[in-house]
Ligand binder design. Structure first.
Ligand code: C2O
Ligand code: CU
Ligand code: CU
Length: 492
């Protein structure tokens, strides 16, 4: 006998594959669900889990060390029904790593998984050898210990595996965590109290409690079980009049249009790569996989609120999901007022005559008509360059992430982004058939032998080959920089 929720799942899965078909035949718009904004309620309610915070003091050598072990484990998304999951220092997800600009940090990454993996610091500006991309493989039983100095503005970043062709599977199983580069901007900053991490992921969890896995084409599996920090049906009590939420879309493919059920406004204070120059009021934000936003929300004593998803207009965002149910305590302590100005870096200024590079995303696996090749360097960029990258999406929904840079969005199909999206970023959503122009600022770290990646962050697409590689080299050396990658950089 099938339970009601299993029936619902089957219906959802059937509709998903119809939609996938529709996309493949170019009929997505005609078949997309329309109208309904009725919220899907979770199958259970649980107190929001807050990932443990790691903020180590420096050792005698001045280095702050973060031990991180990739391991297998069991997680009860449904009480009493453990699922097999993967996690970092735990059974699902990993600790939040907090650091400050100027810190010398070292990661000690141990791989106790049955498969090789990597750990990538998404949004971190660091030397390519420390980036944790597909060239920095950690064998089963191996350890990798990258070290760098944090030298970028305060931001919410994240970390996740990046093994060639296996990223979707490793992230789906639970390998991801948040990184906070702390600020001094007068915003709520007490972790887990008025500064709350929200890692949002969709999954399919069976009635037996196990996560469903698949290798299905196009977008991979998308689910209607929303996990926040690994909690199914997350609920949270808040105790202050202002609360900062650090939102991360940690999903493999789903795009979220987020807002509150009562339509209230809130302030966006930061995008992917750091603070805005002023808080931006809005009632709705869109986050595609890998994107982050920090928002500050005001609460009245005793009031309830629901953070939810709203339906969009293509195949990866049809979710009217409840994300987080919030209740404000009867007595709230008064937060300092939201600052009028924020110390954000402002837009990337591209010089006149800046180099323009063009990228076309097509199918589910190609950029500029080629699949990813681990041995090929697609682009060579001079250190410190500011360029315009024009990314054209020829088909259905994609997004675009560049390692080791900040960018600001100049426009999408000629329209500049709204204020809340105008800050520095490292990942941008590309709705079907749209073109984004990005003002990109490259870092100063050079290494002609080790590439960084750019790719679609819909993880099935990345795995299928919608990814390219670039090196950053000393200015003037571009023309003789190697165009192939020699594989010396592997770790055991
Ligand atoms: Cu979030 Cu190439 O990664
Ligand atoms: Cu990245
Ligand atoms: Cu894609």
């Amino acid at each position: 006998m099938r339970g009601p929720s299993q029936d619902r799942r089957l219906v959802v899965m059937r509709r998903r594959s119809l939609l996938t078909l529709a996309v493949l035949t170019g009929a997505a718009a005609a078949c997309a669900p329309t109208g309904s904004t009725e919220m899907r309620r979770p199958r259970a309610e649980n107190r929001l889990r807050i990932p443990p915070l790691r903020d180590p003091r420096p050792g005698a050598d001045g280095v702050r060390r973060f031990p991180l072990t990739l391991r297998t484990g069991h997680t009860e998304f449904l009480t009493g029904k453990p699922a097999e999951t993967w996690g970092i220092n735990g059974s699902y997800l990993g600790p939040t790593l907090r650091m400050r600009r100027g810190d010398l940090v070292a990661m000690d990454v141990r791989n106790q998984l049955p498969q090789p993996s990597t750990l990538h610091w998404h949004g971190m500006r660091l030397p390519a050898r420390m980036d944790g991309g597909p060239h920095q493989t950690i064998a089963t039983g191996g350890t990798w210990s990258p070290q760098w100095r944090v030298d970028q503005p305060a931001a919410t970043l994240w970390y996740h595996p990046h093994p060639h062709g296996e990223t979707a599977d490793h992230v789906w199983r639970g390998l991801a965590g948040m990184i906070i580069i702390a600020d001094d901007a007068g915003l709520p900053a007490r972790y887990g109290h008025d500064d709350i991490p929200l890692v949002i992921q969709d999954r399919v969890i069976g009635d037996d409690g196990e996560m469903e896995h698949d290798k299905r084409p196009t977008f991979g599996l998308m689910g209607d079980d929303i996990l926040v920090n690994g909690t199914l049906g997350a609920q949270l009590e808040v105790y202050t009049t202002l609360v900062r939420f650090r939102l991360l879309n940690g999903s493999n493919a789903r795009v979220y249009h987020l807002g509150f059920a009562d339509g209230r406004e809130f302030h966006v204070v930061a995008g992917d790569a750091g603070l805005l120059t002023a808080p931006a009021a809005t009632a709705r934000i869109t986050l595609s996989p890998g994107e982050r936003a920090e928002i500050v929300v005001a609460f009245a004593p005793g009031e309830p609120a629901v953070l939810r998803g709203f339906a969009g207009d293509d195949d990866v965002d049809d979710g009217n999901h409840q994300i987080l149910r919030i209740s404000a305590a009867a007595d709230l302590s008064r937060s300092p007022a939201l600052p009028d100005r924020l110390p954000g870096a402002g837009p990337v200024a591209v010089p006149a005559g800046a180099r323009v590079r063009r990228f076309k995303l097509s199918g589910h696996d190609e950029i500029n008509d080629r699949e990813m090749d681990m041995n090929r360097v697609d682009e060579v960029v001079p250190a410190g360059a500011r360029e315009i990258w024009e990314v054209r999406n020829a088909v259905y929904a994609h997004n675009f992430h560049i390692h080791g840079v900040d960018f600001t969005v100049l426009d999408v199909d000629g329209t500049p982004p709204p204020a809340w999206q105008a800050g520095r970023k490292d990942t941008v959503y590309l709705p079907p058939k749209k073109t984004a122009r990005l003002a990109v600022e490259f870092d100063r770290h050079t290494d002609a032998a080790t590439p960084y990646m750019y790719h679609c962050h819909i993880l099935r697409h990345e795995d299928d080959g919608m990814m390219g590689q670039f090196t950053v080299v000393p200015p003037g050396t571009e023309s003789w920089a190697p165009r192939t990658v020699s594989h010396a950089g592997h770790h055991r």
